[in-house]
Write a new protein. Sequence first.
Length: 233
Amino acid sequence: MTEVIVALDVGSLEQERELLERLRGTIGFFKIGLQLFTAHGRQAVELARRHGARVFLDLKLHDIPRTVALAVRQAQNLGAESVSLHLSGGAAMLRSAREVSPRPKLWGVTMLTSLTDADAKVFGAEARLKGIAESLARLGRREGVDATICSPLEVEALRRALGGGTFVTPGIRPAGAELADQKRVMSPEQAAALGVDFIVVGRPITQAPDPLRAAQDVLAAVKAGHSKAPGAP
């Protein structure tokens, strides 16, 4: 069953509190990313936890192995259920993060959904995002990362390459929603039909005139997508 994570990409604790209260009972998993965490740090996570929410701490850690391991330990102390890190940090960094015990789930970022193949040219004239994402996803699997963060457009190929796994997809936009800086996107219904484990939805919900109604619409789309998945009754 695809689970919806709402991205709390806001700048104040009051905005966070309002969203948590409006979505209570409908959404139980929230992403706290760089904007909110840089502004309010521990307070932002504690506020979500007081509202009974599960927290995905989306900091995309990318540093030397010891620094990342210490950050993962602090994420555990904060009560985060999962934390993101860039798979491009390399095997030693991923291993150090994995060896923290206890620790939150490690969700490994392949290539950002704001990038296109034109951006991949920095890695070489023939480089393609799908190939880079697959190489990084394989590295994450070898080093014990708990889930792969990728564009929904890459899920099928990566699932085949890895022989399964858990997938988290940002770049989710309901039909007709503004793409903004997202480039490789898919609708909630399409992602659910693919069997994506977690979809991350931000502005289409948090900036909607009625965030609760928008969240309910996304959940309805997910349910519709499941009914279209291969093997669905």
